[in-house]
Design a protein around this ligand. Structure first.
Ligand SMILES: Cc1cc2nc3c(=O)[nH]c(=O)nc-3n(C[C@H](O)[C@H](O)[C@H](O)COP(=O)(O)OP(=O)(O)OC[C@H]3O[C@@H](n4cnc5c(N)ncnc54)[C@H](O)[C@@H]3O)c2cc1C
Length: 315
């Protein structure tokens, strides 16, 4: 292939629900579409052992099953998918490029959909039990812990709020805070009857068999104890958008996310962002899929030089 033949209309980085929804919409609009995905098992959805809140599902499915459906649908409309990790991008100029260890790909537009699994697991057992009792999202997983004992690790505003949310489902919620004191006047959620705060305590390991069964704790005097439970919600650093391969080519906020507008446009013409990599408060499969659809339709408008939406970036 040479010349125009090897230039895609839409290059999508990331094959999660955002990237694959974008691929489905773009290829169905007859755009030559390529998804470059690091791994089928690396994204957030791949870690979800069961999804029951994605609209249209009549039974709970594993994240990987749902991903396979997303991928199959996109491919059926003509999208190509390659497995490769993007390590760099060139975004200036009309033709953009993504670089992988195996070679480069060129496109007239780019959708960045690499998710927010950029935070490294920080304690023993965290990565091993992710999706099997370890979670980063109470809204996603609280319903699976009805009448069970769970803990939330962290002392941020978000951690306390998520602990408050979990008290509606779990029998007991332990909020494990490494710092000495969280004040009730600052955090009304702390008044819930079934919320117990363990101050000045750190979790040294998460343990179990097929799923989480207990955690190991260390208090300020370095005394070690065990706590039997079923769920561990980790809010130590929050999730981190995967943007390392951008090397400053796309502006990021202080939280290191991409502040795309409502049409998923970034400040760089022809470059869009969708899903958890965006600055967004809600990180769900349905919102990622929605972002992907919007990004693809915006890319289609961009490619066909159709009049820009009335929203300007930054408004
Ligand atoms: C344990 C767990 C349980 C969850 N449960 C639910 C739930 O019940 N309901 C719900 O709605 N949501 C749930 N979520 C949230 C949901 O999974 C995410 O909001 C959603 O998957 C985000 O989609 P995304 O496409 O933006 O990112 P991801 O799903 O994270 O996909 C990102 C993709 O980008 C690829 N990628 C990353 N870096 C690169 C690179 N450099 N080059 C190429 N490809 C790259 C990855 O391989 C991956 O395929 C859960 C999340 C977790 C972690």
């Amino acid at each position: 292939m040479s010349g125009e033949d090897n230039i895609y209309d839409v290059l999508i980085i990331g094959g999660g629900p955002a990237g694959l929804s974008a691929a489905q919409y773009a290829s169905r609009s007859k755009l030559k579409t390529l998804v470059v995905d690091k791994s089928r098992t690396a994204g957030a959805l791949a870690y979800s052992s069961h999804i029951e809140n994605y609209p249209g599902l009549t039974r709970s499915v594993s994240g990987r099953e749902l991903l396979d459906i997303f991928r199959e649908q996109a491919v059926a409309f003509g999208a190509e998918v390659v497995e490769a990790q993007v390590i760099g991008v060139k975004l200036d100029g009309d033709i953009k490029e993504v670089l992988t260890m195996e070679g480069g790909y060129k496109g007239k537009s780019i959708i960045i959909a690499t998710g927010s699994m950029g935070r490294k697991a920080s304690m023993k057992g965290e990565a091993e039990f992710l999706g099997r009792g370890v979670s980063y999202c109470a809204v996603c997983d609280a319903a699976f812990f009805k009448d069970k004992v769970v803990c939330v690790i962290g002392n941020s505003e978000e951690a306390v709020k998520e602990a408050g949310y979990l008290t509606r489902f779990a029998s007991t919620v332990y909020l494990i805070s490494p710092t000495p004191k969280l004040k009730v006047e600052d955090h009304p959620a702390l008044t819930a009857q079934n919320l117990k705060v363990l101050h000045g305590t750190t979790v040294t390991a998460i343990e179990g068999g097929d799923a989480v069964e207990k955690i190991r704790l260390s208090d300020e005097a370095k005394k070690e104890t065990e706590l039997p439970l079923s769920g561990v919600f980790v809010y130590i650093h929050g999730s981190k958008p995967v943007v390392d391969f951008l090397y400053g080519t796309v502006p990021l906020t202080d939280e290191e996310c991409i502040d795309a507008n409502r049409m998923m446009e970034t400040p760089i013409p022809g470059v869009f962002a969708a899903g958890d990599v965006r600055c967004t408060e809600i990180r769900q499969v349905v919102t990622a899929a929605s972002d992907g659809a919007i990004a693809a339709l915006s890319a289609e408008k961009f490619l066909h030089h159709r009049s820009r939406h009335k929203y300007d970036w930054g408004k």
